[in-house]
Design a protein around this ligand. Structure first.
Ligand SMILES: [Zn+2]
Length: 317
């Protein structure tokens, strides 16, 4: 007997939406990308989300498949229980009832999730954390956010804001964070912060825009300034992740986001710095994410499958 059931999954970011039709075993049968164009305002963005979701459901039906649920991931603060996008700086959402709007439009059960939490879900169940049980997924890009996944379920928090590891205080006298407080982890170790710090120390005469990836490369070739900035970031990350390990005692920490593309240039010194910070806690396996920028979309699909009680398959593949 063939299973013709599929879910429609959307991962909505500040610039683009990754969208897919996904089978219960996690296989993507159709993938699309669409611009978010957030400058149009939240109502227009929601309109595009609904149009794209409906279009994918229709295409799936035309292919002889049966859409059974929709999963939508958005950034910011997400109330998963009520299906409300509470707040998002990138997309401009303020208390948008995305789930109810999607149910009304598509007539399908819909789950709304947080982009990093569903990314963690996908990495824990289908990617680099597979088989680990207790996983902390940490996405390091413009900001730093995490998802704590236990047995395939990501903790949401009482207010939809669990996992904000980027706002752990690591350097009380450090640079001011986007949240308004000085010294948060993401003000020192996010990709954006690393680039800024390098430019600041290099001075006005140097080439201004240096990305974190370039800092990592220059550090690897022995440039002292890059080495210093990179090590500052590694030390701050190790402090933040050690706090995470003290709280959650996970088996595996999966590093995702743009900075994780530095690979061993990040993982090797970070493992060493973590080891220095472990006292009685067990050192977690520190690994790079395996699903790349598809993690959020796959995670939205998993959330949709969970919402309709279809789960078992992915882990068996
Ligand atoms: Zn902060």
């Amino acid at each position: 007997m063939t299973d013709d059931r599929v879910v429609v999954a959307l991962d909505v970011g500040g610039t683009g939406m990754k969208c897919a039709v996904v089978r219960p075993d996690g296989v993507v049968v159709r993938a699309e990308r669409h611009p978010t164009d957030a400058a149009r305002g939240p109502a227009a963005v929601v309109g595009t989300i609904l149009d794209v979701a409906e279009g994918l459901a229709d295409k799936a039906r035309a292919d002889g498949l049966t859409p059974i649920a929709v999963g939508i991931a958005v950034p910011g603060v997400v109330d998963e229980a009520r299906g409300v996008a509470v707040w998002s700086a990138n997309v401009g959402f303020r208390d948008v009832p995305v789930r109810d709007l999607a149910v009304a439009r598509l007539g399908l059960p819909t789950a709304l999730g947080h982009d990093v939490r569903v990314g963690g879900l996908a990495e824990a169940r289908l990617g680099a954390g597979r088989g680990s049980g207790h996983v902390l997924f940490v996405a390091i890009g413009t900001g730093i956010a995490a998802a704590h996944v236990v047995d395939g379920t990501a903790a949401v928090g009482a207010h939809g804001a669990a996992g904000e590891i980027g706002h752990i205080l690591v350097r009380p006298d450090g640079p001011r964070c986007g949240c308004g407080r000085p010294g948060c982890l993401e003000a020192i170790a996010s990709a954006a912060a690393i680039g800024r710090r390098y430019a600041e120390l290099a001075g006005p005469s140097a080439d201004a825009a240096v990305t974190a990836a370039e800092v990592a490369e220059r550090a690897a070739t022995g440039e002292p300034l890059a080495g210093q900035v990179w090590q500052e970031a590694i030390d701050a990350l190790a402090d933040g992740l050690a706090s995470g390990q003290a709280l959650f005692d996970v088996a595996t920490i999966v590093l995702g986001g743009g900075l994780a593309q530095a690979g061993d240039g990040l993982l090797t010194p970070l493992r060493a710095a973590m080891r220095e910070r472990m006292t009685f806690h067990r050192e977690p396996h520190l690994v790079a994410a395996a699903l790349g920028d598809e993690a959020g979309c796959l995670g939205a699909a998993l959330l949709a499958l969970d919402a309709v009680g279809v789960r078992d398959h992915q882990e068996k593949r």
